[in-house]
Design a binder for this molecule. Sequence first.
Ligand code: UDP
Ligand code: GLC
Length: 386
Amino acid sequence: MRILFLDQSGKPGGAELSLMDLAQAYRDRCLVALFEDGPFRDRLEQVQIPVTCLAAQGMKVSKDSSWWQSLGSIGGLLSLLKQCLRLSRDYDLLYANTSKALVLGALTSKLSGRPLVYHLRDILSREHFSRSNLRIAVTLANSCASAIIANSQATRDAFIQAGGNAELCHVVYNGFDPAQYKTNAEEVQWLRKELGIPAGQFVIGHFSRLSPWKGQHVLIDAVAQMVPELRSRITVLLVGSALFGEDDYVEQLQQRVEQLGLGERVQFLGFRSDISQLMTACELVVHSSTSPEPFGRVIVEAMLCGTPVVAAQAGGAVELIEPEATGWLAPPGDAVGLSQLLERLLGEPELLEQVALQARGVSRDRFHLHQTQQQVEQLLERCLPL
Ligand code: UDP
Ligand code: GLC
């Protein structure tokens, strides 16, 4: 089976990194077509996954733009469609990895007769999408996709609630190669030193692009509210950058850190590629999205690194963690609640260790890349004409 993967982004967000893991299995018979150039292209090339950029300029349709605004990019869409149709001749199946790729994939599928699979990685709700874009996504998915893969039950539920066809939609969790999350203890120690973290500090890592709904401000507020004796033991590492241009939020975060007197406590590390080493260097990973997270790769990655994790209790995150057994869940956006939980966990190092150990074992089985690849392969096979 030859697959043409479509993805709107040239940046390595979670959807793109998950696609990279999946496409490894089809390296010798696939092509990843991106709508814009960027560092994600280099990442694919580094692992020998064939990649092409359809156009220098992507479709300028933001998730919350209206249908009328989207029309402004129709010229761009037509040019992408022409290129995509030409490429589709050499492939048996189209695989849309993002919502904007769905638009192009659906049109190409109709015109080329190639089956379309849509990997749904967003919670299709009004929190993130305009009413018209929601309608377009659901209508195209229902009418053009042979199968829809949802990255969590929460994502599938939201799709159905928005009018999506339940029969078409199957949950497949993201998969990970546990070997990529093994680290060398010396390397990790060296990293802590390089970051200037004094011995005995309790390091809390937050690994997400900097964006208001990823809720870095919730963690900062939570740390600010801790009792001073505990707060002075904390170092927060904010790992990630404003991948999709949320620069105002970065500025607000930096100001907040200064205003709250946390300049000594919080480090902004920007986008990093040494995620496993950084996660292993932390005593705790906090995920604090304020809107339901569709899946949350960082949660499973922390588990695989053997670092205990607290996640916001909403969306797919709830499916990843069994509270008090493989991690903890905290109400989204509740800095006071998170602060109290952090204070409690700081006093329970043995429990942290025990939960992290359990989470590592469970996550290696439950989210193994091989299993994900197999489940996807089975679905794809069913979409091909007999
Ligand atoms: N990530 C990264 N470098 C960073 C911050 C994050 O490589 O500086 C990775 C992180 O390890 C994870 C992905 O980006 O694999 C984010 O995926 P997730 O599903 O957590 O969130 P998304 O950004 O897709 O909503
Ligand atoms: C999207 C979601 C994220 C998910 C990723 C991979 O980027 O926001 O929650 O983990 O896709 O499926």
